[in-house]
Design a protein around this ligand. Structure first.
Ligand SMILES: C[S@@+](CC[C@H](N)C(=O)[O-])C[C@H]1O[C@@H](n2cnc3c(N)ncnc32)[C@H](O)[C@@H]1O
Length: 311
């Protein structure tokens, strides 16, 4: 366990006497004591699920999983690990999202690095990947993920469709750096190429893709004013906001996708609340046939799938 005392060079935090203790109260300077104190400090800061958050932060510091932290409360903590845990606790207490504090988030079972340059992948976006895997007509799909951010959609699709290959694009070069590292870590780097640019502008206007996948920015500028602080203060605005109506990116992306999809190819778009109908309308106007609108776990229409007709 990195950070837990492993040898004479690492000093542990001083232990204090424990009144009458026989394993009930964790000793100061141990994993258990750090968790108790960390959980209490996060609770005072009104962080959601404070104990769980403290466990995940300490697991990150020690580079072990949460179960490892929970099963060894008696393990001594080095000064260095305790100090690092303190730094992470302070960031969480200030309201920074856990994924940015730990630098990690799992998406569709794939572990991803996340930095403040990328949107934290959301569970509802897994629906898009699930539908893409279910609806793709061929096992050797050529795909493009527009606005890839951390690479969540492109990488998870590639991992679960191991004979497919394609592209991931983003306007943010910093995001593309994160996505590249994530693709390499997932063993999918050889099947995903990366391009910086606006939507599908990098690609010629000819049918080259079986799947166009996108979770684009879709929050309107007026809505952005009421975003939770954890989102507005920490996540990149370019990943969230799409003009005055929230539909601006869809208006440009859908006709671009229609010209680049092969016959029978699919466009899958994540949409915000109340956007499924207007987005379906844009898809029809671009000559696509709306095939399905999938709902998220809250019953909100979340993913619009439309197919290019095979004329
Ligand atoms: C909502 S985030 C989605 C990130 C990732 N696909 C996911 O689902 O977690 C939108 C992404 O689109 C990118 N983006 C915004 N405007 C863009 C544009 N005009 N062309 C390409 N990418 C864009 C942002 O940088 C951001 O990474």
């Amino acid at each position: 366990m990195h950070g837990v005392r492993t040898g004479p060079a690492e000093r542990t935090v001083t232990r204090s006497a424990r009144p009458g203790g026989r394993g009930l109260e964790p000793l100061e300077g141990t994993v258990g004591a750090a968790l108790d104190e960390g959980g209490r400090s996060l609770a005072r800061a009104r962080v959601e699920s404070p104990r769980l958050t403290a466990e995940l932060l300490l697991a990150r510091v020690l580079e072990i999983d949460r179960v490892g932290v929970l099963t060894h409360p008696e393990a001594p903590l080095t000064e260095r690990a305790a100090a690092e845990f303190g730094r992470l606790l302070r960031r969480a207490a200030e309201g920074e999202p856990l994924a940015y504090v730990t630098g990690r988030r799992e998406f569709y079972g794939v572990p991803l690095e996340v930095t403040p340059d990328v949107l934290i992948p959301r569970p509802e976006t897994e629906i898009l990947v699930e539908r893409a895997l279910a609806l793709a007509a061929r096992a050797t799909a050529r795909f493009v993920d527009v606005g890839t951010g951390s690479g969540a959609i492109a990488i998870s699709f590639a991992v679960f469709s191991p004979r497919s290959s394609g592209w991931a694009t983003d306007v943010s070069r910093q995001a593309l750096g994160v996505a590249r590292r994530n693709a390499a870590a997932a063993g999918a780097a050889g099947r995903i190429a990366f391009a910086a640019g606006d939507l599908l502008g990098f690609f010629a206007e000819r049918p080259a893709f079986d799947l166009v996948l996108a979770n684009p920015p879709y929050i309107s500028a007026p809505e952005a004013a009421s975003l939770p602080r954890a989102v507005a203060a920490y996540e990149p605005a370019v990943a969230l906001i799409a003009g005055d109506s929230g539909l601006e990116i869809f208006r440009r992306l859908i006709p671009q996708a229609a010209t680049r999809l092969r016959p029978d190819g699919l466009l899958l778009l994540e949409v915000g609340m109340g956007q499924a109908d207007p987005v379906a309308g844009l898809a029809c106007a671009a000559g696509l046939r709306v095939e399905e609108i999938a709902r998220d776990l809250q019953g909100i229409p979340r993913c619009v799938a439309s197919r290019k007709l095979d004329l």
